[in-house]
Design a protein around this ligand. Structure first.
Ligand SMILES: [Mn+2]
Length: 408
């Protein structure tokens, strides 16, 4: 392996990035990008050229429906980087901020995001935008995606660390599944000189704080971090506000989230070190209780993987969707592969699930069976059918030899 590439940190606040250098020890300090530094540096160069060509643009930064700290911080970082090139961005998501920490992140840091529903998208004059940029997703986890494609809004760039999903032709693409967080990729862009962080600018310290949170949360508090994530964290450590970060982390779980976790504990079945729990019906706003329950179940001894799911009711559109989360500590298990194999694709060829290292999720619309749960017996039967079907599909992958599960 060659020497790690060293990039010069840029202390110049001018609009154009300072020239990079491979010589360590220049500027306000040199930072390594780790083992895959050459690839990172290549992408930084490409992005710099691409941003320069897009000066004056207005862009939509599209986040997943339930943006997590990695998505939120990376979206913000992209916006700040793009501003250096006279590009204005609106960071947009369509779902809900339901995790207490994410709400705290947005409120305490003043993170500039907007919620656009499908309705907003239809009513907006989109001609003022030159296109959209996908950050920490590839379109498969946002309900705005279909509409974006329908109106042929160009996909300008994709920056993500999930495994490649459907084929999208973007002008600039940086998809690196080996990197544990999109926040790490964004930090590398900054290290490479696309944005010179400055501790005296409040927005910069806040964004660095958000990035630190994003990369910690996608790496299980750095436990699964690799060299490049640690190097990015080291770089951010110069600029982030640790007190602000601990304030974000101290936000408490709501009672309803605690109830869902309790439900998952009670309902879990254990099979070959997998813990599987259906939690029944959930309100849309409590949707984030599902990944939190999965985070909790995977901590049990002799368990390496947890899958938690429930039927989430979206009152706005009166639709119901089975939503699930997977967490694993087993390094040889690829959640993306696992969920794609377990649940397959819809008639349009879109996979119901996907993921990255250590984590994955799935969403299965229940179509005609949506709504009308006033009748308790009916609601129970309906849940039972979905619960069994999901368990069957999961158990089929876990133990391919076994057939149908016992339902007594
Ligand atoms: Mn991520």
């Amino acid at each position: 392996m060659s020497d790690p590439l060293l990039l010069q940190a840029n202390s110049d606040k001018s609009a154009s990035p300072a020239p990079r250098s491979n010589e360590p020890g220049r500027g306000n300090g040199a930072f390594a990008l780790g083992q895959n530094g050459r690839l990172a540096e290549q992408r930084i160069l490409e992005l710099e050229q691409w941003l320069t060509r897009h000066g004056g643009d207005r862009q939509i930064v599209l986040l997943q429906d339930f943006p997590d700290p990695d998505a939120l911080s990376a979206g913000w970082a992209y916006k700040l980087i793009a501003e250096q090139y006279d590009i204005h961005c609106d960071i947009v998501y369509a779902g809900t901020l339901s995790h207490q920490e994410n709400i705290a992140l947005v409120k305490l840091l003043g993170l500039p995001i907007q919620r656009w529903t499908l309705q907003t998208l239809r009513e907006k004059n989109l001609s003022e935008y030159s296109g959209c940029v996908l950050v920490d997703n590839q379109g498969t986890t946002t309900q705005l995606w279909e509409q974006v494609q329908k109106i042929q809004l160009p996909v300008l760039a994709i920056i993500d660390h999930h495994s490649p999903q459907e084929k999208i032709n973007a002008e600039f693409s940086d998809i690196r599944p080996g990197v544990r967080a999109t926040a790490t990729i964004m930090t590398q862009y900054m290290q490479g000189g696309l944005l010179a962080l400055d501790s005296s600018i409040v927005e910069h310290t806040r964004c660095a704080t958000a990035l630190m949170h994003g990369l910690r949360s996608d790496t299980n508090r750095l436990l699964h971090a690799k060299e490049e994530d640690f190097l990015a964290a080291a770089y951010l450590s110069r600029y982030y506000d640790s007190q602000l970060l601990s304030a974000v982390l101290q936000s408490a779980r709501s009672r309803r989230v605690m109830d869902v976790i309790e439900q998952s504990l009670r309902n879990r079945i254990i099979e070959s070190n997998y813990s599987i729990a259906g939690v029944g019906y959930l309100r849309y706003d409590d949707r984030d209780a599902i990944p939190q329950a999965a985070d909790f179940l995977v901590t049990e001894e002799n368990i390496h993987t947890a899958v938690v799911y429930g039927i989430v009711h979206d009152e706005d559109d009166d639709i119901e969707v089975v939503i699930g989360s997977m967490r694993t500590n087993k390094l040889t298990l690829d959640p993306d592969e696992f969920l794609k194999e377990a649940f397959g694709q819809d008639p349009q060829g879109r996979f119901y699930g996907g993921g990255r290292m250590m984590a994955g999720g799935f969403e299965i619309p229940i179509g005609f069976l949506s709504g009308f749960n006033e009748n308790g017996d009916y609601a129970r039967v309906k849940w039972g059918v979905f619960d069994n079907q999901i368990k069957q599909k999961l158990l089929h992958i876990i133990n391919p030899g076994d057939g149908v599960i016992q339902t007594a």
